[in-house]
Write a protein that binds this ligand. Structure first.
Ligand SMILES: Cc1cc2nc3c(=O)[nH]c(=O)nc-3n(C[C@H](O)[C@H](O)[C@H](O)COP(=O)(O)O)c2cc1C
Length: 161
């Protein structure tokens, strides 16, 4: 099954997971980047991003090449922001609604400790699907490496293979 991991990452944790899983499973990767970067330092980091996630913003993305027809399984990887998916991931899903219809999906979320399940439910709703082929929840896998994160990554890779 040909797969791609589409990910957004502000501070590298989701990127770490996406790249590791791509290497293990042979998946392609696509990093999405908002045209206007979110502040990534200080109080603004949580205020701006959190507000944008709560309001369901869809910030424009830098141009990218996504050939949905090439893939059977799309893995969407996003940090959790305010118990929600990130705005750039919302943009990607909404901009590609037609291309994504009928695909299989898996999800990767990175978080600090609260709201990942809620974010996954919201992504399911946005995609209008009953369930994911596989779900992976990691606690800051780059900044806070743990055996539990690595175990979950391995189990997720097995499910994708
Ligand atoms: C704007 C903002 C909101 C966040 N909201 C949450 C949250 O609701 N729950 C949580 O556990 N972590 C939250 N976090 C932490 C990130 O989800 C977590 O550190 C994640 O691993 C970061 O991924 P990245 O390094 O790929 O950007 C938030 C971070 C930011 C910047």
């Amino acid at each position: 099954m040909k797969k791609i991991i589409v990910y957004y990452s502000m501070s590298g944790n989701t990127k770490y997971a996406a790249e590791k899983i791509a290497k293990d499973t042979g998946a392609d990767t696509l990093r999405i980047v908002p045209v206007k970067a979110y502040p990534d330092k200080g109080a603004k980091k949580f205020l701006w991003g959190g507000k944008s996630a709560v309001f369901g913003d869809k910030p424009p993305l830098e141009p990218y090449d996504f050939k949905a027809d090439d893939y059977d399984l799309i893995v969407l990887a996003t940090p959790v922001w305010a118990s929600n998916i990130t705005p750039p991931m919302r943009t990607f899903v909404c901009d590609n609604k037609e291309k994504l219809a009928g695909k299989k999906f898996a999800v990767i979320t990175c978080y600090a400790g609260g709201g990942a399940e809620k974010a996954i439910v919201k992504l399911k709703k946005l995609l209008e699907i009953p369930s994911f082929e596989a779900e992976l929840i990691l606690t800051d896998p780059k900044d806070n490496p743990t055996e539990e994160n690595e175990k979950r990554i391995s189990e997720f890779c097995e499910k994708l293979k």
